[in-house]
Design a protein around this ligand. Sequence first.
Ligand code: EPZ
Length: 432
Amino acid sequence: MDRIAITGGYRLEGQLPISGAKNAALPLMCASLLTKETLTLSNLPHLADIKTLKLLLEGHGVKTTVENEGVNLSEGQTISFETPDITSTVAPYDIVRKMRASILVLGPLLAREGEATVSLPGGCAIGNRPIDLHLKGFEEMGAKIELEEGYVRAVAPGGRLEGGTVHFPTVSVGATENILMAATLASGETIIDNAAREPEISDLANCLNAMGANISGIGTKTLTVKGVESLHGAQYAVMPDRIEAGSYAVAAAMTRGEVELLGHDLLDVMRGTAGVLKQAGVGFKQTDDGVIVTLERDKIKGVDVSTQPYPGFPTDMQAQLMAMMTICDSASVINETIFENRFMHVPELCRMGADITMHGSTAIVRGVDGLLGAPVMATDLRASMSLVLAGLVADRQTFVNRIYHLDRGYERLVEKLSACGAKIIRDANLGI
Ligand code: EPZ
């Protein structure tokens, strides 16, 4: 099983290309189920989750063609998705269990075929992650939902969902995306109230409109969708990954380096993150090709933050911020409000000498002068990144195990960091 070894203490300097957003790419790929015509997506990142979803979609009858492999660091891949017929409306457990985002085929299958049978995704390291908000939304659009043997069986009476008002009592990114996709082909108008406002949802809505959908209120908490008879194909480029960008901004600041993150509108999509990093002393300078990130003070300033739905500070940046706060000039209080168990990185950071105490969903991080390299264990995607960040500044060597978690969300991480001067290698035979 591959490991990563990092020798800490090297400043990051140079250019680092930001890939297409995983959390935009996944729903965009599911949108291909909504049309018989070809949806071509470019700037798709080379990630394990993209491969997993591509396999799942092919099982439903989607024909995929890799138009451009995207061989160099700064280029994503281009893949065409064509679904002349849905050959199966069943999403099997052995794929869904690997990746929760598979649940996003439910809405498109229900909208296109009038039925879908999708395995319940099950929990993961950061929480039990139910799908009740998804199912309640489909019921409000006339679907009949049954749970049998670990699968959700959804049927639209008469073969078509009815437009209606879907109110989400709590904000859910995935449920908003699922209902939004289903509503494009429903009869009549659907209002989605208290919709999530993450930029990835706007990316999906813009792509659906390019396919002939009629969605308004994009970027707000109320989306209005006028159902149409069918959608046509389109070509669409995936937005840049704001969480990858935020993660590498933290890396630049922690190593007191100077890194130009390459990508368009990065500061705009990083809105929830950049504000907090600026409070901590991180400087951002817009350039023609992206944004230069530096630390504008001697030491990182301790900041207090609660994770929130967009445009608040994203939960997907919580672990990375915590790594940064382990070497701050004072202390930091970090409160996780979205997931019930998103602190798996804490014990591992403490093994590297961090001073973190937990009080329920709140972590108190007291800055220390330096971290100590150690063998550590990755437990989930963003926790893994926080350990890599800590390793970049720790003394001696840090070995990160179970890095398959990283492969789910960080494209070519070792290459990108090495190109900026990090001493980082990946190998199955690294000493421990
Ligand atoms: C998306 O997950 C992202 N994944 C997550 O990123 C991200 O952390 C999360 O949104 C929050 O921003 C993708 O986009 C593929 P939610 P999702 O539905 O849609 C509860 C990463 O690291 N909830 O907004 O699953 C849920 O348990 C990943 O890239 C219900 O109770 O998140 C959680 O506590 C991790 N019932 C909260 O809502 C439901 O039906 C927010 O979940 C749905 C969700």
